[in-house]
Design a protein around this ligand. Structure first.
Ligand code: FDA
Length: 367
């Protein structure tokens, strides 16, 4: 055998595994279907601006070990995610906090804001919410729901809020401080030089072949290595024999504009139903860019079908059952390790997928 590990997919899971295996003296070959490495964190450089090709990526974690791990490869900037919501031309700060409440109602103290929300929640007096709409109103009242939640959620799911189950929203974080930081995590930022720098450092000195679909010649690739680390779709690995796992997809419309600053913020959510996209990303603001041009991306949620990019797993009973059949079969594989968002049919944030890869490494090498 030429290699110890054949790694299918060069996203964060595959890249971390490859790096750690190499560090332990193992030989790896990474194959990647796309024409670039990095999976969904890949950025395309447009005259100095790193464009997040597969959706906006903001690194955040509470786990110091993971933070130190990524910082050992690349330094992070001080970017803090503070999205703006645009509802019919009115602008609001997110997440819901004292700034938002001031903008909605002119209230200036936490007491006034709490009272306003409680009044609205009480007015409709919903005891057992039957759907997402009732659930949201019972948590934050009508104004926040109608202006900031309804349209956005309906676009995201492609269904009316009254047809969506209540459990999608367990709780809605409401902050009674003037704090626009979207995340509560201790550590947050964007790699200086972009995510490609992180991936390139992880894959340094490792053999890589891009534009290779593992399934086009599975036998050949398997014959090259002792073991396979598979980070593609688990249902595809088993030729969809228990059925297809479903996803929600996204369409990205990127445009380069010859102006310095389009919207003054990296993320602006469009919360009204009538505008078909959910948000506009202006990539240069992730890195405090000073270029004379800019690149924006409109994000349109989409139904998924085979051939479209699978972005968000749909966690309903049907998909859980299908996944469990694949998972049971994969547990019997001695020479294949399944990992990452597609092989585990799971939404992972970046810090979580890195933690998952590191824990799989630990198990594999008994360290
Ligand atoms: P990933 O999908 O990145 O990698 C798998 C790789 O395998 C791909 O490159 C694919 O081409 C390749 N592959 C598949 N099948 C193959 C085959 N047959 N042959 C060869 N190669 C094959 N997280 C976060 O922390 N902060 C954020 O802000 C965001 N934002 C965000 C936005 C959007 C729209 C999404 C969908 C996700 C996020 N994430 C995120 C999550 C983040 O994208 C995720 O944690 C990682 O990309 C997961 O890395 P993986 O390696 O698991 O998969």
């Amino acid at each position: 055998m030429k290699y110890d590990y054949l790694i299918v997919g060069s996203g964060l899971f595959g890249s971390v595994f490859a790096h750690e295996a190499k560090k332990r003296g193992k030989t790896c070959l990474v194959i990647e279907k796309r024409n670039h490495v990095g999976g969904n964190v890949y950025c395309e450089n447009v005259d100095g601006i790193n464009v997040h090709k597969y959706g906006a990526h903001i690194f955040h974690t509470n786990d110091k070990k993971i933070w130190d791990y990524v910082n050992s490869f690349v330094e992070f900037n001080r970017y803090t995610n503070s999205p703006i919501a645009n509802y019919k031309g009115e602008l609001y700060n997110l997440p819901f906090n004292m700034n938002t409440f001031y903008q909605l109602w002119g209230v200036k103290t936490p007491e006034e804001a709490k009272q306003k929300i409680q009044e609205q929640v009480k007015k409709l007096n919903i005891n057992k919410p039957k759907n997402l709409e009732e659930q949201a109103i019972s948590l934050v009242g009508e104004d926040i729901y109608n202006k900031l939640i309804k349209g956005y959620t309906e676009k995201q799911w492609g269904r009316k809020a009254t047809e969506l189950p209540a459990f999608i929203i367990n709780r809605l974080p409401v902050r009674f401080t003037f704090d626009n930081n979207y995340f509560n995590d201790k550590y947050q930022g964007i790699p200086i030089g972009g995510y490609n720098t992180l991936i390139d450092k992880l894959l340094e000195g490792i053999e890589i072949k891009t534009d290779i679909d593992y399934f086009k010649d599975q036998e050949k690739w398997n014959s090259l290595a002792e073991k396979v680390v598979f980070t593609g779709k688990i249902d595809e690995f088993y030729d969809y024999k228990y059925g297809k796992l479903e996803y929600r997809s996204l369409k990205f419309e990127h445009s380069r504009l010859e102006q310095e600053n389009y919207q003054g913020n990296a993320v602006v959510n469009y919360t009204e139903r009538e505008i078909p996209y959910t948000r506009i990303i202006e990539h240069k603001h992730f890195e405090f860019g000073k270029q004379s041009h800019t690149v924006i991306t409109k994000e349109y949620p989409q139904e998924w079908s085979l051939g479209k990019e699978p972005y968000y797993p749909i966690n309903n009973d049907k998909n859980k059952e299908v996944y469990n059949s694949y998972k049971a079969e994969s547990n019997n594989e001695e020479k294949v390790i399944f990992g990452g968002r597609l092989a585990e049919y799971k939404y992972y944030d970046m810090h979580q997928v890195i933690a998952s890869a590191l824990s799989r490494v630990k198990k594999e090498f008994n360290d």
